[in-house]
Design a protein around this ligand. Structure first.
Ligand SMILES: *Cc1c(COP(=O)(O)O)cnc(C)c1O
Length: 407
């Protein structure tokens, strides 16, 4: 008899973005002209930078000749990329990370989803609203209890609300693992260095593992906001950091990212000290054969002077979209948070209408797609998310349509 992992059967039916796509599709079919603008799903629109493009062309040429062909790469990723990361992302900010602590991957979604493989039982806390991968991967592993309509019974939700400035408070119950994502998706908000330091102190004091998703680090403009959790003293004892080139450099389709598992990060198991770095190495060697040589060459090129300049320009373009849309919304008297150190706006629905009702109003009246906040967790109710990843013209058009909205 075929048996399945029945934890999958506990997952709520539809994936948020599938529901949005279905609603949008049904609505589009009622239109004579398809003029729907999507500011919903967080995919990038600007092409790869020239530095990455030419590095990837060169890599293909290398693979096309017998003398320079390469097959399976080193399990943790090519040294040229791990060195570029250690220097460009860490040493340049005064943080010491060794190439041995870096694991190249095909993106941060896989890493943040797969990390549960090396963790034992223990209570998980997430900030609420939450990037769905953290919760669903724990549910699939049987670590989330039961789904009760908006929450999982076995997960501790840390509400991020307007009242607390969207800063999660330390858990009041005992937890063992905390997922933090800053700059945050979906809220577009950040933690200052002092706020993040409180989390590191808490984790050191209570033996808590922090899973720190820094996928949007490149969008930070405020100097008081840390780019890496390792900018905080002691963090290497308690935190794994995840990064991705997806949003930084348009790699959503190319695929490349990395995780940092510091040498000093240990767990106690049966009276033995176990290095998480070694477990992850074991896990990756068994189940993963690396990101392609071509993507790793493309990623390494981002650290060249040309690559930095070009990616900064594209990020600047997205952040101008965010600033523009934020101004438009605020001029309408609508509250919009985030959007200064992250490519997302977290927008409060007017008159207390629900996220999905506001989604429907925007879709039917303005032909605009956003993401209902309620889809990211109970504290997302009353908010919608707009992304800054679209084309500039879409934001100008969106502004015109928002101006004609009747709420
Ligand atoms: C987009 C995103 C990622 C990165 O995903 P990739 O798999 O690297 O494309 C990771 N975490 C968050 C919160 C994201 O929004």
């Amino acid at each position: 008899m075929i048996r399945v992992n029945d934890n999958y059967l506990k997952l709520p039916g539809s994936y948020l973005f599938a529901t949005i796509a279905a609603k949008a599709k049904a609505f589009r079919q009622t239109l004579a002209v398809d003029d729907v603008i999507s500011l919903g799903i967080g995919d990038v629109t600007q092409p790869l930078c020239n530095a990455s493009i030419s590095a990837m062309h060169d890599a293909v040429d290398e693979l096309s000749r017998a003398g320079s062909f390469r097959g399976y790469g080193p399990e943790q990723g090519y040294e040229f990329l791990r060195r570029a990361i250690a220097e460009g992302d860490y040493a340049s900010r005064g943080v010491k990370v060794s190439p041995d602590e870096i694991f190249i991957s095909d993106g941060a979604k896989s890493d943040t989803g797969n990390i549960v493989d090396i963790l034992g039982s223990g209570r998980v806390a997430v900030t609420d609203p939450v990037y769905p991968v953290y919760v669903d991967s724990n549910a699939m592993a049987g670590r989330a209890g039961d789904y009760t309509g908006t929450k999982w019974s076995g997960i501790t939700y840390l509400p991020c609300l307007e009242e607390n400035g969207f800063v999660p408070q330390l858990p009041s119950e005992k937890v063992d693992v905390v997922y933090l994502c800053f700059p945050n998706n979906p809220m577009g908000t950040v933690l200052t260095k002092d706020e993040l330091a409180k989390w590191v102190e808490y984790a050191l004091r209570n033996d808590v593992l922090i899973l720190y998703d820094a996928a949007y680090e490149a969008f930070i403009t405020n100097p008081a906001v840390p780019h890496s959790i390792y900018e905080i003293d002691g963090a290497k004892k308690v935190a794994i950091e995840f990064r991705s080139y997806s949003k930084t450099a348009g790699f959503t389709g190319v695929r490349c990212g990395y995780a940092v598992l510091p040498d000093e990060l240990c767990a106690e198991e049966g009276g033995r000290r176990v290095k998480l770095n070694e477990l992850w190495k074991r896990r990756q060697c068994t189940k993963f054969n690396g990101a392609s040589y071509i993507s790793q060459r493309g990623a390494a090129a981002i650290y060249s002077e040309e690559g930095r300049r070009q990616t900064a320009q594209t990020i600047g373009y997205y952040m101008e979209n965010a600033a523009y849309l934020k101004r438009v919304l605020e001029d309408m008297g609508i509250k919009a948070f985030g959007g200064t150190d992250a490519p997302y706006l977290w927008v409060k629905t007017p008159d207390g209408i629900t996220s999905w009702d506001f989604f429907d109003i925007l879709l039917t009246q303005a032909h605009l797609i956003c993401t209902p906040g309620a889809g990211f967790g109970p504290s997302g109710e009353g908010f919608v998310r707009f992304t800054a990843f679209g084309h500039r013209e879409s934001y100008h058009e969106a502004a015109d349509r928002l101006g004609k909205l009747i709420i």
